[in-house]
Design a protein around this ligand. Structure first.
Ligand SMILES: [Mg+2]
Length: 283
């Protein structure tokens, strides 16, 4: 893993004459991590740069937040949004929601009701209902109570094959147990908006465990992690989130017009029906 700014010269050579497709995580990447999720507002300077980038390049936000929320937080029209770790995607006004059956949805509702009651016993624990998924935030929980909180979650979802548990930064997430994640969402988005003949370099930046799925699928792209980590599959790192401004400014330099000549296309029937099969669209 190399420091992005010392490698910039080499990276920029790789980008010469190429179209760029930018993918950004939101929390901890475009905004600093905050104590409560609702406080993670986008800085107006970052918003201005994003707007500028999106005029000349394709841009997608790949977040763990619900789609409606991430759209509100960013508020830029001509970009692609993916929420709930890729379970919800919106491309040019068309929503693609991962197929989860009725029983799984009901199961998540049941888990939500039960957890909401149970985690009241743990000071600082907070349950976020994101529709298709649930998040249990433990940023404000005293460390000595963490095991207790984890035991509560385990007891509620134990032996339930309809859901899976993943961990993010000071959060546990309960999702439908289907083979879908941020990495697959990124591949899906690229397959829908990329001209097959065009040479595009994907650029992704993220900070969390769930972003590793994207680092893995974009092995030929420019992948950047906020914070150095030996375990990460990202090629480059920024020292911390406050370097995002410099990073964005640098990457916008020399951008070439994207999709001015390539017709933006969304032609798959599954987009119209509003659902996709996780397996068939993952290639
Ligand atoms: Mg993040």
């Amino acid at each position: 893993m190399k420091y992005f700014f010392t490698e910039w010269k080499k990276i920029s050579e790789k980008l010469v004459g190429k179209k760029r497709f930018f993918f950004f995580d939101y929390d901890g990447t475009l905004t600093p991590i905050v104590k409560k999720p609702e406080l993670a507002k986008l800085d107006s300077r970052i918003k201005d740069i994003l707007r500028k980038i999106s005029k000349a390049n394709k841009v997608a936000i790949i977040s763990g937040r619900p789609l409606s929320e991430i759209k509100n937080f960013i508020g830029i029209k001509n970009i692609i949004y993916s929420g709930n770790h890729g379970f919800e995607i919106e491309i040019k006004g068309k929503k693609i929601i991962q197929n989860t059956d009725h029983r799984t949805k009901n199961e998540i509702r049941r888990i939500k009701d039960k957890l909401a009651k149970e985690i009241k016993k743990i000071d600082g624990a907070f349950l976020e209902d994101k529709g298709l998924t649930l998040s249990v935030h433990w940023r404000l929980v005293n460390k000595k109570n963490l095991l207790k909180l984890f035991a509560i979650i385990r007891a509620v979802i134990c032996n339930n094959s309809r859901v899976s548990l993943t961990k993010g930064k000071k959060v546990w997430e309960i999702r439908p147990n289907i083979n879908w994640h941020k990495g697959k969402a990124v591949r899906f988005v690229m397959s829908k908006v990329q001209s097959p003949k065009s040479e595009v370099v994907p650029v992704f930046i993220g900070d969390d465990a769930t972003d590793e799925d994207v680092f893995k699928v974009l092995e030929n792209g420019i992948t950047v992690r906020i914070g150095k980590s030996k375990k990460s599959k990202a090629k480059y790192y920024l020292k911390n989130q406050s370097e995002i401004n410099r990073f964005l400014n640098l990457l916008t330099k020399g951008s070439i017009k994207y999709f001015t000549s390539v017709k933006y296309f969304v032609c798959h029937p599954e987009l119209v029906s509003g659902s996709i099969d996780a397996e068939s669209s993952s290639a």
